[in-house]
Design a protein around this ligand. Structure first.
Ligand code: GLN
Length: 268
């Protein structure tokens, strides 16, 4: 079957999604598919199967299996959150906030996206990343191996698994922690709510529980003048800013003008 006919055969999905599904099913680049190429029965069947998955709400990124993130690419599946453009902006803010950092910590690392992008950028830094989910740590270690980047991934709750000798020595802490309130879950888009790990999304009844704990412990791990940057909910910015009051702090907007990041700098 010709790829152009096949691409036209799924009018209920967006054109760019259909192209990406066919590229994923056939291993061919979408430019080749748009020029019109004969596909094997196997490729057509594989495509039909992916279309059914997508129709059932499976996120496109899980179907494709990889997501670009800043200067790198990470593998993702149902064990980890899909990295978002907001989190790429967090990565850029972090790069701008520090100069030649020696020690970097990423909390709630998920696929390892932030930790690995930072290690890629700051080659001489020692990068540590933690996550409560053993599954997420497995994905992150796989991504590190694929990228050939040396990051220490530790399973455990926030700062708890970090080596004690890092106390007071960390130049940069980043985190995209769970920050959704339980009551907000019904309002999430269905493909997020039904397919991405709730543990990575939902913090508790209020939504700021994990950020509160990060804010309480961060000053003890940062070196004087060290920086912490976390992604936050646009609905909780005032409370979260209050949690970080011990640091010299600011709230930054994301590209759509929502209060999305808290930045704190430890006193010198
Ligand atoms: N660090 C990952 C991300 O930003 C995972 C975050 C999480 O699991 N809460 O996408």
């Amino acid at each position: 079957m010709n790829s152009l006919d096949l691409l036209r055969s799924v009018p209920d999905l967006a054109d760019h999604e259909v192209r990406r599904l066919l590229a994923a099913a056939s291993g061919r680049h979408w430019t080749e598919l748009l020029l019109g190429v004969e596909l094997t029965t196997g490729e057509v069947e594989a495509f039909r199967a992916l279309v059914e998955k997508r129709r059932a709400g499976e996120p496109l990124q899980y179907i494709e299996g990889v997501v670009p993130f800043g200067p790198i690419e990470v593998a993702v599946d149902r064990r980890v959150l899909i990295p978002r453009p907001e989190t790429e902006q967090l990565f850029e803010l972090a790069c701008d906030a520090v100069e030649a950092p020696q020690v970097i910590v990423d909390l709630c690392t998920g696929s390892g996206n932030l930790a690995l992008a930072l290690k890629h950028t700051f080659r001489t830094a020692a990068v540590y990343a933690t996550d409560l989910s053993a599954d997420a740590i497995d994905v992150a270690r796989y991504n590190a191996a694929e990228a050939g980047l040396d990051v220490t991934f530790l399973e455990g709750d926030l700062f708890e698994p970090l080596p004690e000798h890092l106390r007071g020595r960390v130049d940069l802490i980043v985190s995209n922690p769970p920050y959704i309130a339980e009551s907000e879950v019904p309002d999430l888009p269905a493909d997020v709510r039904d397919h991405e790990p709730h543990m990575a999304l939902v913090a508790g009844p209020a939504g700021d529980e994990v950020l509160r704990r990060i804010a309480a412990d961060a000053p003890g791990w940062l070196k004087p003048g060290g920086t912490i940057i976390c992604e936050i909910s646009e609905f909780h910015a005032p409370e979260v800013a209050g949690h970080f009051a011990d640091l010299d702090g600011a709230i930054e907007m994301d590209l759509s003008g929502k209060e999305r990041f808290v930045i704190g700098v430890a006193p010198r």
